[in-house]
Design a binder for this molecule. Structure first.
Ligand code: SF4
Length: 116
C-alpha cells in the first residue's frame, strides 16, 4: 500500500493502528537513499499468496541446485527472524514463510533491505 497520496490524518491513523507497520522500500540505488514509505499489513499474507511465494522460492531453489545452508547459517537466519518485528512466532508476516525458506541457499529475506 503506497501511502504517498494519503493526507496527514490518514497516515497518523495508520501509524497508530496495531494492524499495520510502515516500512521503507528503496526506489533507487540503496546508496542514494531515496525511500518510498508504504504500509505493510501485520497480518499473514493470504494462503494463496503464501502458496505462490513458496512455489516461486522452491522453483528458484531447484533451478539453483537444491542446496541447503549450513546449520550455523540456518541458526543465524532464524535468530534474525525471531527478533524481527514481522515474525509472528511461526511465520514471517511479509512473505508467509515458516522456517523452510531460511534453509534454502537461494532464498533471502523478502524486505526491500533484506535482513539476511
Ligand atoms: S524473513 Fe525477513 S522479514 Fe521475514 S521475519 Fe525473517 S527477517 Fe523478518
Amino acid at each position: 500500500m503506497d501511502i504517498r497520496k494519503f493526507n496527514r490524518e490518514q497516515i497518523k491513523k495508520l501509524i497508530n493502528s496495531p494492524d499495520f507497520l510502515i516500512i521503507y522500500e528503496s526506489l533507487d540505488e540503496p546508496s542514494k537513499k531515496i525511500l518510498r514509505p508504504y504500509i505493510k499489513d501485520k497480518k499473514l499474507p493470504s494462503m494463496a499468496k503464501r502458496i505462490k511465494s513458496a512455489t516461486k522460492d522452491t522453483v528458484e531453489w531447484i533451478k539453483k541446485g537444491s542446496k541447503f545452508v549450513s546449520n550455523e547459517e540456518f541458526d543465524r537466519r532464524m535468530k534474525i527472524c525471531y527478533e524481527c518485528e514481522f515474525w509472528n512466532k511461526t511465520h514471517c508476516r511479509v512473505c508467509g514463510c515458516f522456517k523452510a525458506k531460511q534453509k534454502m541457499t537461494s532464498s533471502k529475506c523478502p524486505l526491500p533491505n533484506p535482513k539476511w
